[in-house]
Design a protein around this ligand. Structure first.
Ligand SMILES: C[C@H](O)CC(=O)SCCNC(=O)CCNC(=O)[C@H](O)C(C)(C)COP(=O)(O)OP(=O)(O)OC[C@H]1O[C@@H](n2cnc3c(N)ncnc32)[C@H](O)[C@@H]1OP(=O)(O)O
Length: 724
């Protein structure tokens, strides 16, 4: 790869073009920042330079500060690695430059990239250029003056919204808001920017220093009101993420004491936040997510993914309709097959409702919705399957039914067609047993609701071809999912790692811990809802069916609670019938149902596991650990069995499939921050008191006792039985 560099070219017109060259996104790496300082100083010094244009090479202005530097700081704790950009470069060299500077922006300007442009005296952009300050998603705040300049350019309300929600806008909206001065085609970008810079030099256009502006800020009392509301909101929606409140405090500093003071406070707060655990977790997830697209022997062997233009979905139930919706929204023609007109109509109506829902929530235009729905065709037989590129079977979990469907598919689909199943429990080898196309058989495990949840587990067997895996990865990306390639076992990666989650919660309930307290503690830890409310939401049928599968597969380490059966017997079925652990009434939040308590008493009586017949006494921290350490333990087995390519894949999968808090970096990263030894000794202690459910795995024991990180690669000499 070419060395990152900054170029300076001076034209006959006296305009110096300074170009950031660091593909693929022109990240502002340390040598780039040093290069920018040098080239700005040179352009300022040179007599033949009248004005300056700052741009990025290769159609992308810049994706922001180099995030790998954060990684380095996280590893060695040395924040002095962070260069002084905010004052040294953006204020002194760019904004206070004696010559006008215009940013010529194409493709994207994110984070530090957008902040550089805001230090310039004007910004010219191409159409559909993405502009944003997504730093909060990395646990920090904008650190090159963005907290001060964005409100001054577009007004406080919109700037707060863009920063706190890490929401980017397109250049067209940027122009309306005042962030962008003009929009021109890609071909004209440099020409117009050069002329604009010369016009500023000749005072034909205004010479604007963003940090000095106050015209868009409104009155002090208005600003205080906006910030107060935003702080209340942030406390509610992001209680465990300090960067939200810090960002608002830093903005406030600039409004009260002036932009330059705001810049100074921002620089200090930025460095403090880089060292926070939140930033460590979020930066880990950023790189972990990108690593999922690198699968050994699949993405590195020169294969090209085929274009999937037409797909078939078999089964129009909840999963099938969600999958079909995701496909049509990505411009893939879909044939939805059902067994009778009534079911088919129901499936189509569900898809229409999903698409309409997106329109009413402002996430899709009516035109795009109409286009998407025009790509859907309902069928009752296989006549449309002769030219499909991919089939996803999403019928009920019945082995004979799936085997029959796969034999039929093999006969009617073309040879290149991917044959995928959305099963969440059945062994893929059994699904494909009656065919001779096992190289094309693959799992496409979506999470419900399939058109919303971002994770796609791609399950491969020993026989699945690299081409089929690559093809499905490409489809996954095109439908805006994050595909994670996993091996074939009961529950695959996510459901297997998390089966002890509900069981751990049930074990605590049977040990006498209040279930509503458990739910509260787990949601304060950062999961959106607690395990009991989650069970209400999923329905008890799912809990029973899945529980049986895990009991069969892993009989040595399950906890069987009679509670769900007792609830079903008492006529409860969770949210489905409005009665579970909580009461569900239209228009109001779920309320804990006191009448469930006698049922829990009955369960406790039947299991009889409370030591001395008395409820255990437990802290909130122990509740979290007694529920989540068994998940860490099973995750270790998933690693040992080679079900995932790398530990960080499981982190991503836990965040995107189970909503494990991203700012904790995913399940294994979190365990690593607590220390594998602590996890191991705690599990060992509990297993001595409460039995084999807590028994530490060999993998965890070895890593904890030898001091090897959980994320270190599974060595070939270990007991690994790789499925990948
Ligand atoms: C002080 C400042 O205020 C602080 C900052 O600026 S923090 C940085 C703020 N910027 C961001 O958060 C943007 C992060 N990047 C992205 O969102 C996306 O990469 C993008 C929209 C720019 C491009 O997306 P896409 O085209 O899908 O490419 P994507 O696969 O994500 O990235 C391509 C490569 O660039 C790398 N990359 C992207 N942005 C990077 C960055 N800011 N620093 C370092 N590497 C970066 C990715 O890791 C990936 O590397 P790989 O090929 O080795 O895996």
């Amino acid at each position: 790869m070419a060395e990152p560099r900054v170029n300076l070219d001076v034209g006959n017109d006296g305009v110096a073009i300074i170009t950031i060259c660091n593909p693929p996104v022109n990240a502002l790496a340390i040598p780039i920042i040093a290069g920018l300082k040098e080239k700005f100083n040179e352009a300022t010094r040179r007599q033949d330079v009248k004005a300056i244009v700052l741009t990025g090479k290769g159609g992308r202005f810049s994706g922001g500060f180099d995030i790998t530097v954060f990684e380095k700081v996280h590893k060695n704790g040395d924040v002095s690695l962070m260069p002084d950009v905010s004052v040294d470069l953006v204020v002194n060299a760019i904004e206070d430059c004696k010559k006008p500077v215009v940013a010529a922006v194409e493709g994207l300007a994110l984070g530090g990239g957008l902040e550089l442009t805001m230090g310039c005296h004007a910004r010219i952009a191409t159409p559909k250029t993405q502009l944003g300050l997504p730093e909060l998603t990395l646990g920090v705040i904008p650190g090159f003056g963005g907290t001060q300049r964005l409100p001054r350019l577009i007004g406080l309300s919109k700037a707060v919204e863009m920063m706190l929600l890490s929401k980017s806008i397109m250049s067209e909206e940027g122009r309306k808001l005042g962030l962008i001065d003009a929009i021109v085609t890609s071909e004209e970008l440099l020409k117009v920017s050069r002329q604009w810079a010369l016009d500023i030099a000749a005072r034909r256009k205004p010479w604007m220093r963003s940090l000095h502006r106050t015209d868009k800020l409104g009155s002090l009392s208005e600003a205080r009101e906006i910030l107060k509301t935003a702080k209340q909101q942030a406390k509610k929606t992001s209680p465990n993420m300090p960067q939200h409140l810090v960002c608002l405090d830093v903005i406030e500093e600039g409004i009260i004491h002036g932009g330059y003071n705001g810049v100074l406070k921002e620089a200090k707060a930025f460095k403090d936040l880089v060292l926070s655990d939140t930033s460590k977790g979020l930066v880990h997830v950023f790189f972990a997510q990108r690593a999922t697209s690198k699968v050994p022997n699949v993405t590195d062997v020169g294969l090209k993914p085929m274009a999937v233009k037409k797909a078939a979905v078999i089964g129009g139930g909840l999963m099938g309709s969600g999958i079909a919706t995701a496909l049509i929204l990505a411009n893939i023609n879909v044939v939805l097959k059902e067994i009778n007109p009534e079911y088919l109509l129901k499936g189509i109506k569900t898809i229409e409702a999903y698409v309409r829902g997106l329109v009413s929530r402002g996430k899709l235009t009516q035109d795009k919705a109409n286009k998407a729905l025009s790509m859907l065709k309902g069928v009752l037989d296989y006549s449309e399957f002769k030219d499909v590129d991919m089939v996803i079977e999403a019928v009920i979990e019945s082995i004979p039914l799936k085997q029959k469907i796969f034999s039929e598919m093999e006969k009617v689909c073309p040879h290149h067609c991917i044959l995928a199943t959305n099963t969440s429990t059945i062994d893929l080898n059994i699904v494909g047993e009656k065919t001779s196309s096992e190289d094309r058989i693959i799992g496409a495990h979506f999470f419900s609701p399939a058109h919303v949840m971002p994770l796609l587990e791609i399950v491969r067997t020993e026989k699945t071809s690299a081409q089929a895996i690559l093809d499905l990865m490409a489809v996954g990306k095109s439908i805006k999912k994050v595909p994670v390639v996993v091996g074939n076992c009961t529950g695959f990666a996510v459901n297997r790692a998390f089966f002890p989650y509900a069981q751990g919660a049930h074990l605590l309930a049977n040990l006498g811990v209040d279930i509503f307290r458990i739910d509260r503690v787990i949601s304060s830890f950062g999961l959106p809802i607690g395990p009991f409310q989650l069970q209400d939401l999923a329905g008890y049928g799912v809990a029973t069916a899945v529980g049986k599968e895990f009991a069969k597969a892993f009989p040595d380490r399950i906890f069987q609670s009679p509670l769900v059966d007792l609830l079903l017997k008492s006529g409860r079925n969770g949210k489905n019938n409005g009665k579970g652990y909580y009461i569900y009434e239209k228009g109001s939040k779920p309320k804990p149902d006191p009448s469930v308590l006698p049922i829990i008493e009955e369960s406790k009586r039947l299991t009889n596991i409370m030591p001395g017949g008395k409820p255990i006494s437990i802290t909130d921290k122990e509740i979290v650990e007694m529920i989540l350490f068994p998940v860490v333990n099973e995750s270790c087995r998933v690693l040992e069995d080679g079900i995932v390519v790398r530990a960080s894949d499981l982190d991503v999968a836990s965040v995107l499939g189970m909503s494990f808090p991203s700012y904790r970096g995913g399940i294994l990263f979190w365990a690593e921050t607590l220390g594998p030894k602590h996890v191991y000794t705690s599990l060992k202690k509990w297993s001595q008191i409460h039995g084999s459910f807590y028994k530490p795995s060999k993998f965890l024991e070895e890593r904890a006792t030898k001091g090897i990180p959980l994320s270190a690669p599974v060595s070939s000499s270990s007991t690994s039985r790789s499925r990948l």
